[in-house]
Design a protein around this ligand. Structure first.
Ligand code: C2E
Ligand code: MG
Ligand code: MG
Ligand code: MG
Length: 291
C-alpha cells in the first residue's frame, strides 16, 4: 500500500488492485525466467483404448526452486494473458517432437501417440503452421503420432484461421482433438464444421456420471453425436471402474484418468507402457529390446 502511494501514477487505483498487479508482474517475470532456465517439464498421462495404452497426453509443470512442483492451472492462464503462452507452447511442442522421435526408434513405443495441449493464442499466430512444419522436419518425429488438443476457445473470434491451420497440419498427418468438450460455447456448430479426429468429454461430466442423471444424459448425447460424426470419443477424468464401464456401454472408445495412471515423468510412463504392452503380447512372441 505504502509503495503504491509513493508512485504518483498508481494512487488512483485501489491499492489491492495495485498489489495484485505487482504480484502478477512478479509471477510473469518468474515464469519467463523459468522458461529460460529450464524449470518447466512435462508429465505424461496414459490414454487407454481397450485395455492397452495407445499414447499419452503431455501436461506441463513448473519445477519451482522454492515452491516445488506447480500445476498448470496456476500459471497457464497467466501465460495466456501475457503472451508467454506462445514461446511456452513452442517449447512443449519441441519436447513432444523430441520424445516422438525417440519412440519412433523403438518397436514397442513406435505406435504410441502423444497429445499436446495447444492454446487458442498459439493457433491464431500467423507462423504457427510454418513453425510446426519446420519442427517436424527438424525433429524427425512421425507426424501421424502427434495429436493436438484444442479447446473451443481456439475458434472464438477468428474461426477461419484456426480451421485453415488445422487443415494444413492434418495434411501432414497431425491429428486434432477437441478438449474439455461441453464446457465451451456453441458446441454443436463447432462439431459440425471443424476438421476433428477426436473429442474429449470433459471430466466435469465424468465426475458425477454415476450419481447425476443429467451428467449421464449429457455424456450419452456427446458420445452419440461424436460417433455419428465419425470421431473417436475419449473420456477424461475416469477414476472408477464403474465410470469406465458406464462410458464403455455408451460407446466411448478411449479413456484417460487416475483409474489407469496419473500424469508421470517420462521414464515412469515408458515403463508403464512396456509392462502393459508386453503383458498383452501373445505367448512366445519376441520381446522388444529393453522390454
Ligand atoms: P486438460 O488438457 O483437460 O488435461 C487434463 C487434466 O485433468 C490434467 O490436469 C490431468 O492431470 C487431470 N486429470 C487426468 N485424469 C484425472 C482424474 O482421473 N481425476 C482428476 N481429478 N483429474 C485428472 P493438469 O495436468 O493439472 O492440467 C490442467 C490443464 O492445464 C489442462 O487440462 C490444460 O488445459 C492445461 N495444460 C496443461 N499442459 C498444458 C500445455 O502444455 N499447454 C497448454 N496450453 N495448456 C496446458
Ligand atoms: Mg488436454
Ligand atoms: Mg481436457
Ligand atoms: Mg479439462
Amino acid at each position: 500500500q505504502g509503495k503504491a502511494q509513493g508512485q504518483g501514477t498508481v494512487h488512483f487505483f485501489d491499492p489491492t488492485l495495485a498489489e495484485a498487479a505487482q504480484q502478477r508482474a512478479r509471477l510473469e517475470a518468474a515464469l519467463r525466467h523459468a522458461l529460460q532456465q529450464g524449470q518447466l517439464l512435462l508429465h505424461y498421462q496414459p490414454q487407454i483404448r481397450g485395455s492397452q495404452p495407445t499414447g499419452a497426453e503431455a501436461l506441463v509443470r513448473w519445477q519451482h526452486p522454492e515452491r516445488g512442483l506447480i500445476p498448470p492451472a496456476e500459471f497457464i492462464p497467466l501465460a495466456e494473458a501475457c503472451g508467454l503462452i506462445v514461446p511456452l507452447g513452442q517449447w512443449v511442442l519441441e519436447q513432444a517432437c523430441a520424445v516422438l522421435a525417440q519412440w519412433r526408434q523403438d518397436p514397442v513405443l513406435e505406435a504410441l501417440t502423444l497429445s499436446v495441449n495447444v492454446s487458442a493464442h498459439q493457433v491464431q499466430q500467423p507462423g504457427f503452421v510454418l513453425h510446426l512444419k519446420q519442427l517436424l522436419e527438424r525433429s524427425d518425429c512421425n507426424p501421424h503420432r502427434l495429436k493436438l488438443e484444442l479447446t473451443e476457445s481456439a475458434f472464438i473470434g477468428d474461426e477461419q484461421t484456426a480451421i485453415r491451420a488445422m487443415t494444413a497440419l492434418r495434411a501432414l498427418g497431425i491429428r486434432f482433438s477437441l478438449d474439455d468438450f461441453g464446457t465451451g460455447y456453441s458446441s454443436l456448430r463447432h462439431l459440425k464444421r471443424l476438421p476433428l479426429d477426436q473429442i474429449k468429454i470433459d471430466q466435469s461430466f465424468v465426475r458425477d456420471l454415476l450419481d447425476d442423471p443429467d451428467d449421464a444424459a449429457i455424456t450419452q448425447v456427446i458420445t452419440q453425436l461424436a460417433r455419428n460424426f465419425g470421431m473417436e470419443v475419449m473420456a477424461e477424468g475416469v477414476e472408477l471402474p464403474a465410470q469406465r464401464s458406464f462410458l464403455e456401454r455408451l460407446g466411448c472408445h478411449a479413456f484417460q484418468g487416475y483409474l489407469f495412471a496419473r500424469p508421470q515423468p517420462l521414464p515412469a510412463f515408458v515403463a508403464f507402457c512396456r509392462q502393459q504392452l508386453a503383458a498383452a503380447l501373445p505367448r512366445g512372441a519376441p520381446l522388444a529390446p529393453g522390454a
